[in-house]
Structure formats: C-alpha cells, structure tokens
Ligand binder design. Structure first.
Ligand code: HEM
Length: 262
C-alpha cells in the first residue's frame, strides 16, 4: 500500500520509568556533530546541557573542549555562523547554544523530535499515540532509514530523493492513479541520505549499522527537544501515587462517616 511506515523502535526512554541511555546520547551527539551539523543547527540547545546527568552526562572539561572545537568559519564562507552580540566571531563556550545553520536551507533540529509524530489515527482518535507514544524519535529514525531507490512510476529527473517515510515532499503526478491515490509510500525529500551505515566509528565499539546510527541520533534529538523528560515522568509518577493514596483515604473516610447510618 501507499501508507508510509514508521517503525516502532524500542527506545530506553519510553514508558513511565524510561530514561535516556547516556551512551546512546553520546553516540547520537557524535553523529550529529560529524554528519548532521554540516547542514542543520540546534540553535535552542545550550551546549552546557551536554553535561546534564539526565542527558549525555559528558564531563564539564570535555564539554568545554567540545564547544571550543565547533567550527567557526570566516566571513568568506557562506555558511551562517554563530555571531555573538558584538558581531564578532569567536570560539564557542559551554554557555553558548549550538550554532544555528541555515546554509543548506535545512530546518533547525532543536525541537524536531517534538514537532513530528510517528503515529497517528486510527480515524483521528489518537489510539496509536496513546499506546505507542507520539513517536517523534521513531519518525526521525525511520526517516533516516527510509530512503529507497526511486520507484519506476517516477520520471528519472524528478527533483529530490525518494523517501518512504517523508510525507510532505514533492510527488510525481505519474505515481498517482486514476482515483487520486498515491501508488507508492512517502515522497521526495530535499535531504540526500545523510547516513549509509558505517559512517561513524564509535568509541564504545557499538554497532554502526544504519538502523543503529539512525536510532542513536534520533534518541539524541529527542533529548535535545525534551531534556527534562525524566523529571517530568518522575513528577507524574509522584502525582499518580499521591492521588492513589488520597483516593484510598477518602474511601475509608467516606465509609466511616456513613457507618452509623447503615
Ligand atoms: C530535513 C534530520 C543531515 C539537509 C531534515 C529533517 C530531519 C532531518 C528530521 C526534517 C524532515 C521533516 O520535515 O519531516 C537529519 C539528521 C541528519 C541530517 C538526523 C544527520 C544524520 C543532513 C545533511 C544535510 C541535510 C548532512 C545537507 C547535506 C536537509 C534538508 C532538509 C532536511 C535540506 C529539508 C528537506 C525537505 O524539506 O525536503 N533532516 N538531517 N540534512 N535536511 Fe537533514
């Protein structure tokens, strides 16, 4: 069918007690730095948060070194640079945010994992989201692993790259049947496949197959978009516990109050 398929990855941060996996976030940061940051920015994410315990947990001296090595290019380069209020270029420090990057007309990734949904329906009831979550990270991982050779119905010179998960791109009229249905899932995206698998060597020796790389960078982007997820889940759990205890006490109180009249 022409339904695009978002894979339901098992992320460590799912469920009421889920937490980010520090090693995974560190691998995702490495992928973002070595591959994605060439085109995408993370302009709302402060670099210092890389040392958060509930995040990547990178030691502060390493975060300082990381900020410092971020490429700061000269004015002849048409890539948009981090410009301090003074208008001068200088090396980044942890209190800076990650640089914006508008060089390739690629969207900023700071909030992407919350801006996209992997699961919808059925019929607008949101049942899938209730069961599986919103699926922003699943969407990103599936998108990165969702490139395929363009289908035969498409003209050879159709602009963009065929992706089975991306829904918002161009779509050739020759791939739409008489009833107006798309004959193939997804659409044509402006981003060339950024990951092929084996793009990156991880210090922890973790697998760098395409699926794993996609999963790792998606987890990192989930953390970037929702760095306080663990604190939110904890507060929610305490709230539910509190209400459960309150409900039990109110039940017993109610019984006692009405006991003389029964
Ligand atoms: C779009 C992720 C690398 C250029 C996107 C989107 C995501 C994404 C999530 C948004 C898709 C949507 O709108 O639903 C990533 C990740 C990368 C990466 C995780 C690294 C692994 C790159 C690189 C380039 C690039 C290296 C440039 C060579 C673009 C462009 C778009 C885009 C131009 C807009 C595409 C369109 O709307 O048709 N990317 N990207 N990306 N990316 Fe990347």
């Amino acid at each position: 069918g022409a339904e695009s398929h978002v894979e339901d990855y098992d992320f460590s941060f799912e469920g009421p007690f889920g937490a980010y996996d520090q090693n995974q976030l560190q691998r995702g940061l490495q992928i973002y730095t070595e591959v994605c940051s060439a085109c995408h920015g993370l302009r709302y994410v402060p670099i210092r948060t890389l040392s958060d315990e509930s995040g990547p947990g990178i030691p502060e001296d390493q975060v300082r070194a990381y900020a410092n090595q971020f490429p700061v290019l000269d004015e002849d380069n048409n890539r948009q640079l981090y410009v301090q209020e003074t208008g001068e270029f200088r090396a980044l420090v942890p209190s800076d945010n990650f640089p914006a990057n508008t060089s390739a007309a690629a969207p900023d990734l700071s909030l992407m994992a919350k801006a996209r949904a992997g699961f919808h329906g059925p019929y607008g009831l949101g049942i899938n989201q209730f069961v599986k979550g919103i699926g922003g990270a699943e969407y990103i991982a599936s998108l990165l692993a969702g490139y395929e050779e363009a289908p035969e119905c498409a003209p050879e010179d159709f602009p963009g790259h065929y992706n089975t998960v991306f829904a918002a791109g161009g779509f050739p009229a020759s791939c739409i049947d008489e009833e107006g249905h798309h004959m193939v899932p997804g659409s044509w995206i402006g981003m060339a496949p950024p990951l092929q698998g084996e793009d990156i060597e991880f210090a922890d020796g973790h697998s760098n197959e395409l699926h794993h790389e996609a999963e790792d960078v998606a987890a990192f982007l989930m953390w970037a978009a929702e760095p306080q997820m663990m604190a939110r889940k904890q507060a929610g759990f305490v709230g539910v516990l509190f209400l459960a205890v309150l409900a039990a006490l109110l039940y017993l109180t109610n019984k006692r109050i009405w006991a003389p009249h029964k």
